[in-house]
Design a protein around this ligand. Sequence first.
Ligand SMILES: [Zn+2]
Length: 367
Amino acid sequence: MKIPVKSVTSPKKFIIGKGLLANLNEYIKDLGDHAYVICDEFILDRAKEEAGRSIEEGGGKATFEKFNYECTQEEIDRNRRLAREAGANVIVGIGGGKTLDTAKSTAYYEKLPVVIFPTIASTDAPCTALAVIYKESGAFDRYLFLPSNPDVVLADTEILAAAPVRFFVAGIGDALATYFEARACYQANGDNLVLMKPSVTGLAIARTCYETVLENGVKAVEAVKQKVPTRAVQDTIEATIYMSGVGAEAGGLAAAHAIHNGMTAVPALHKAQHGEKVTFGLLAQLVLENAPKEELETVIHFIKAVGLPLTLKDLGVEEFVEAEWRKVAEDACAEGDTMGNMPFPVTPDDVYNAIVAANAIAESYHD
Ligand SMILES: [Zn+2]
């Protein structure tokens, strides 16, 4: 019998706590003494002030550049050029998922270490060895599989708790699906995100991720509405940023993310967050699996309690166009997508039916 090759891959360091931005040099100084910082516009001045001072006081140099809103090949190439011209030896990304993916990609192509500083906890992208590249039009272009995870991921709970609550909640949606996808992939002995077999550790992290958001999610959302970083906020961020990313990478994705990927083609969903669409993808996955009623209800009640969109209408779909959703189902089953990690064969018809049923079930639980 051939023994499957399994994996656990993770950032070298994950640091979570308050006041990390003003102490940035502490976490980058062993990697380089000239940081090229790709930064979201909203926090650029503050980053220059706080992180810039930290680096200068530590005897290093920092070059700041505003991120141009989309992680495209053009934007990566632009930052590579600027980082090289500056003579930087460490790349830092401060901002949302697209900014971080641009930083990871720039560092990869320039063969430099990368420090990741998320300002919103909306996805599990920060910790993964993956970047999602988009076309100039905003449409999905391709995945860039990186040979290693970020060197350091810094989760500043004050900054993350001050972000709009919708992003924080969307991150909980992305984290909610992690366990169910890892469980399916483990059963199927499918491929995880680094194209090895799901490890026991990956599944365990994914399960702890689910337990952590169930326990802390509602408490954390209420605290974030007040912009205060409580212990529940910190534990939730550890789940949404670290456990969700590492759990998915080692445990694998399945139907929920495959359906999400199909949903990106629906015009009415263009304003929906990644984690919001993944949440609906999870409901459809649970229908595909015919998950126990108790489990389905736990998930549905939690979705409502944290304020995630439950139905397609909540997600912005005013009119259900069958042809659009047949296409979603078709795309979700595309060769190489993670639908292949389900422990049973799944056809586009199965997915379409699961979407229709999941939405009807969601409607039946709607207030
Ligand atoms: Zn995700």
